[in-house]
Design a protein around this ligand. Structure first.
Ligand code: NAD
Length: 437
């Protein structure tokens, strides 16, 4: 099939490359000319494991193309995906749909034969209806159907998630659209990925409900970690103890510094706003949002406590800046709030992250950036593990102790066992676990 992917960011580029790998002919479009120029010269503008290879293979096979010319890509396509950003709108937290609406207008003007237009961006309830209306107004003659196909991939494991999804959700009432979407994903359901056909509105709710549920699960275990800390219990064993129950499941039960990233914070907020507008407030999700916001500042307080009650003039090394490992994405990363709070209290920060430092400089020009973990830790009064990159999982503690001013480790991802680190002479703080275990 001929496919146009409008928006070539994390989702558009990964989806486009994977669909090309299924054998479709895919043209990825973006308004960012620099991004397109980079892709055309085989440079991948984001860090996502395996993506460079996948893109190179499919470009070489003449199945994957990049352009800024939306009109020609759309005119040739049987299916057009909208995968542009839907950030939080300034001021009220609703999803900002201006990029989606702009894409809909441009697509409408370029359509030729019957085309299925698919929102892959995460969009609130009713956006499919808006896209359809905007397109009809722009081009009343056009023959098209609008479908919703929310994306569930996770950055850092995006290719595998796209190729081996837990499920594919297609929201479309139009029979022609259902048939075409079935064709797009046929290689996947040959692999037995369940495909769920539903209405557009239901598909839109599924995406937000899934993210809100996961954010709530994370926030739940984070609060239980706080309780364990006071109670002298071990949150990791609690998580295992509840996660073995199949109704609960073991995933998303790792205590941490609060969820971040480009999806959960904005999607939970947008879901809350939609629910309020409909007069059916989601109080559980509202609380999740509030608890998670407070948590990031609480993490800074944990660092201050580990440093003896003040960080003024202290040197703090931050290990990990991105919102999770295996991505360069800094959007809403917990490190941002933690570093800001520590800077406000007079700390000097040196950070190291394997992939995130280029984007981190946009947030913090005034902190130091080191080439590796040990350079960051030199002369430090405290090391804080914020993101659990693999290279922080087997630190050389003897070396750290030698180069640090004081051996204090705050582990916000519970990577280490308290007694192992303490035995090596470190003061160690983690989440929801008593010392000495
Ligand atoms: P992104 O910011 O990385 O990419 C969006 C791209 O769209 C940018 O390159 C931008 O230049 C381009 N763009 C904007 N307007 C355009 C237009 N009119 N025509 C062509 N290109 C245009 O965003 P992302 O992380 O890929 O997210 C895209 C959508 O997918 C969002 O709605 C997001 O919520 C959703 N989503 C993201 C993830 C994730 O892990 N990042 C997962 C699932 C769903």
């Amino acid at each position: 099939m001929n496919i146009a992917m409008i928006g070539s960011g994390y989702v558009g580029l990964v989806s486009g490359a994977c669909l090309a790998d299924f054998g479709h002919r895919v043209t990825c479009v973006d308004v960012d000319a620099q991004k397109v120029a980079a892709l055309q010269s085989a440079r991948i503008p984001i860090y996502e494991p395996g993506l460079d290879r996948l893109v190179a293979d499919n470009v070489a096979a003449d199945r994957l193309f990049f352009t800024t010319e939306l009109a020609s890509a759309v005119a040739d396509a049987e299916v057009v995906f909208i995968a542009v950003g839907t950030p939080s709108r300034r001021g009220d937290g609703h999803a900002d749909l201006s990029f989606v609406h702009a894409a809909a207008r441009s697509i409408a003007g370029a359509l030729k034969d019957f085309t299925v237009v698919v929102t892959k961006s995460t969009v609130p309830l009713g956006t499919g209806d808006d896209v359809e209306r905007i397109m009809r107004e722009t081009n009343p003659e056009a023959d098209f159907a609008v479908a919703s196909n929310p994306e569930f991939l996770r950055e850092g494991a995006a290719i595998d998630d796209f190729k081996r999804p837990d499920r594919i959700v297609i929201g479309a009432q139009d029979e022609r659209a259902r048939t075409v979407m079935g064709e797009v994903y046929r290689p996947l359901y040959l692999n037995q990925a369940p495909i769920l056909f539903t209405t557009r509105r239901t598909a839109e709710v599924i995406k937000y409900a899934a993210n809100a549920f996961l954010a709530t699960k994370i926030t739940f275990i984070n609060e239980v970690a706080d309780l364990c800390e006071q109670a002298g219990a071990d949150v990791q064993e609690v998580a295992r103890g509840i996660g073995l129950d199949k109704r609960i499941g073991p995933k998303f039960l790792n205590a941490g510094p609060g969820y971040g990233g480009s999806c959960f914070p904005k999607d939970t907020l947008a879901f809350v706003k939609t629910a309020q507008d409909l007069g059916t407030p989601l109080r559980l999700v509202e609380t999740t949002v509030a608890v998670n916001d407070q948590r990031k500042r609480a993490m800074a307080r944990k660092v201050v406590a580990a440093c003896g009650g003040s960080v003024r003039g202290k040197r703090i090394a931050i290990f990990g800046l991105t919102f999770k490992p295996n991505t360069d994405d800094m959007r809403e990363a917990p490190s941002i709030a933690i570093i800001q709070a520590l800077l406000d209290q007079g700390a000097q920060i040196t950070a190291y992250d394997p992939e995130g430092m280029a984007s981190a400089r946009d947030y913090f020009a005034q902190i130091g950036y080191a080439q590796n973990a040990y350079d960051a830790a030199a002369e430090a009064d405290c090391v804080v593990i914020v993101t659990e990159w693999n290279e922080f999982r087997s630190l050389d503690f003897e070396r750290l102790k030698e180069i640090m001013a004081t051996p204090v480790l705050v582990d916000l991802r519970n990577i280490y066992r308290p007694k192992d680190v303490e035995r090596l002479g470190f003061a160690y703080a983690s989440l929801g676990r008593p010392n000495g275990i």
